[in-house]
Write a protein that binds this ligand. Structure first.
Ligand SMILES: Cc1cc2nc3c(=O)[nH]c(=O)nc-3n(C[C@H](O)[C@H](O)[C@H](O)COP(=O)(O)OP(=O)(O)OC[C@H]3O[C@@H](n4cnc5c(N)ncnc54)[C@H](O)[C@@H]3O)c2cc1C
Length: 298
């Protein structure tokens, strides 16, 4: 999942699966439709699995009473590393792990998704999970361009640059943000995380260098990171993991930061009003399946 259209497509698929499950009598087929496997326990994977489990508790019972008595399958969160939210602090990881477990999410660490075929997700320990739904939240590959050599690309097909954002081996091609990986920053030997703050700070740093004809090396300032687990539950790590917030306070911080990041006052008020409505009612009333018009059909 990367773009807004990916998210909308995913939302449509989930509602379509739920609708279909209400019409299927075979319990095994129904369970396959209702089991969700999420590859990648970074913020996106954690947020999705928490959201799915809350949806099960608050929405299914009301909107899909036909499913109340059947086996809804499981929500699986799979990661190749030994912790959820591997880039965050140990306290954050522990709190998130415990709470997702309480939500009923099945977490498998040190395990990779190996294959997905015929409604079976196969893991690196050869476990087979019968599910129609595999959601990839394990990172994205950057787009590649003709003309660059194979060695210009680093991990995730990101263009390797020096600390001034110049693509290695070139004097006039710069790369910043998700599509680049800075080599030679001793604080980030494996490259910076693919985060909005890295992209924003790189843009400012390169813009300044180009404007002033200088070559100040890029230095990333960690402003902290956060993830939401469910209503009233989030985690926040301060800059360089100097402090840690959890639960309701972290959830309020998450809401505040995301509301304030929206463009203009009207959007902020609107989003805040909507979110408070969802929070109080535990319900997002707008649950229609929306698809673009299919080609060759009027
Ligand atoms: C599901 C998800 C959740 C995330 N959550 C967070 C979060 O909570 N906090 C956070 O800090 N980061 C988050 N990120 C990461 C964050 O979105 C990225 O790090 C950030 O958007 C990178 O900015 P960018 O400008 O490098 O790339 P992008 O935001 O991807 O922008 C690149 C733009 O270039 C366009 N483009 C691509 N190819 C071409 C071309 N050939 N010509 C012209 N235009 C082109 C694309 O269409 C796109 O509009 C998340 C990412 C994902 C996928």
């Amino acid at each position: 999942m990367k773009t807004i259209s990916d998210a909308l497509a995913l939302r449509n698929v989930i509602f379509t699966r739920l609708e279909r499950a209400t019409r299927i009598q075979d319990p095994e087929r129904r369970k396959t439709l209702l089991s969700f496997v999420i590859a990648g326990a970074g913020p996106t994977g954690v947020e999705l699995s928490g959201l799915f489990s809350e949806m099960r508790s608050h929405i299914l019972e009301k909107d899909y009473p036909e499913l109340n008595t059947c086996d809804l399958g499981n929500i699986y969160l799979i990661d190749g590393q030994d912790a959820v939210l591997a880039a965050m602090s140990k306290k954050t990881q522990g709190y998130t792990y415990e709470n997702l477990k309480k939500y009923g999410v099945v977490i498998k660490l040190n395990t990779f998704v190996k294959d997905f075929k015929d409604d079976v997700v196969t893991l690196s320990d050869n476990t087979e999970i019968h599910s129609r739904n595999l959601i990839w939240a394990a990172g994205i590959s950057a787009r590649t361009f003709e003309g660059f050599k194979e060695e210009n690309y680093g991990r995730g097909k990101r263009l390797k640059t020096d600390v001034n954002n110049l693509v290695e081996g070139y004097k006039n091609i710069y790369a910043i943000g998700d599509t680049s990986i800075v080599m030679g920053d001793k604080d980030y030997p494996g490259g910076h995380p693919q985060l909005a703050q890295v992209a924003i700070q790189q843009a400012k740093s390169l813009g300044k260098n180009l404007k002033n004809n200088t070559s100040e090396p890029f230095k990333y300032t960690d402003k902290g990171s956060m993830a939401i687990i469910g209503s009233n539950k989030a985690v926040t790590d301060g800059p360089d993991h100097k402090f840690f917030l959890k639960g309701f306070i972290a959830w309020c911080v998450w809401i505040f930061v995301h509301i304030m990041s929206l463009v203009n006052f009207r959007n902020r008020m609107r989003a805040f009003y909507d979110w408070m409505g969802y929070y109080i009612n535990k319900d997002q009333s707008f649950r229609m399946i929306i698809r673009p018009k299919e080609k060759n059909k009027n």
